[in-house]
Design a binder for this molecule. Structure first.
Ligand SMILES: [Zn+2]
Length: 248
């Protein structure tokens, strides 16, 4: 008879029936650390990147799989969102500082506060992203998902969508800012990002909700994409600016 080293339960097979720990846990050695390192990277390849590709290329199937309980192959939604948001904003800031990309200056009187609000947005990106995520979930829930799916399920899908969106922004920064040396802090790039947001939202919702045979499907789809893009645009463009005006 073997006992689990983690919780003490009796174990008959390779994994503890109570807590799930492997039976063959040994004392830590250099080999086990290397094994963990190796596992981390192969694991990232298997779940983290797979989650990304699946939710970009076939978001409908991936969403249904996840909601119906086929979850082992996917990174969990909150960590997926946080990791991509972190990676994107880290890389964005490094690129902007390294190549000295400055924001467009339209009006000299506004330039200072514009730059300051840009800075505020970049250093608190996740904070500004959350209302966009929340409003997107509300939009999708009321316009497309109700009553087939509940609000929390839609929020989980929005976390995947937002994670993929930030991964796409990350990719855009790498290509435009790093490879082609285009100023990624200027308005044209911002418009390009809004376009990505709108079309990815449309693609995600189309691929997922087309299975439900909704009435007025295309009108609802377009209305939702329009609302989500407009609100996102407003938040990223004006919220930091209003924040500064209100707090001084
Ligand atoms: Zn156990």
């Amino acid at each position: 008879m073997q006992y689990c080293l983690n919780c003490g339960a009796e174990v008959y097979l390779n994994y503890c029936p109570n807590c799930g720990q492997k039976v063959t846990v040994k004392r830590l050695s250099a080999k086990s650390l290397f094994e963990e390192l190796f596992y981390f990277f192969t694991h990232i390849e298997r779940t983290f990147l797979k989650t990304l590709f699946e939710f970009i290329l076939r978001p409908g199937v991936a969403s249904l799989n996840y909601l119906k309980g086929k979850r082992k192959n996917y990174q969990k939604p909150v960590s997926f969102f946080l990791i991509w948001t972190g990676l994107y904003i880290l890389f964005h800031n490094i690129t902007i500082n390294y190549f000295h990309y400055l924001p467009d200056r339209v009006n000299p009187a506004l330039a200072a506060i514009k730059e300051e609000s840009n800075e505020l947005l970049r250093s608190n990106f996740t904070l500004f992203f959350l209302p966009v995520l929340f409003v997107s979930a509300i939009n999708i829930y009321f316009i497309l998902a109700k009553p087939r799916f509940n609000f929390v399920e839609i929020t989980a899908l929005c976390l995947y969508g937002a994670g993929c969106f930030n991964a796409l922004l990350f990719l855009g920064d790498v290509l435009l800012g790093f490879v082609f040396r285009i100023n990624i802090n200027a308005n044209p790039v911002f418009i390009y990002q809004t376009t990505i947001a709108g079309s990815y939202n449309l693609w995600f919702c189309f691929d997922f909700f087309k299975k439900l045979q909704l009435r007025f499907f295309w009108s609802r789809l377009l209305l939702n994409a329009l609302f989500v893009s407009l609100f996102g645009w407003m938040v990223f463009l004006y919220f930091p600016y209003w924040w500064l005006l209100l707090t001084r």
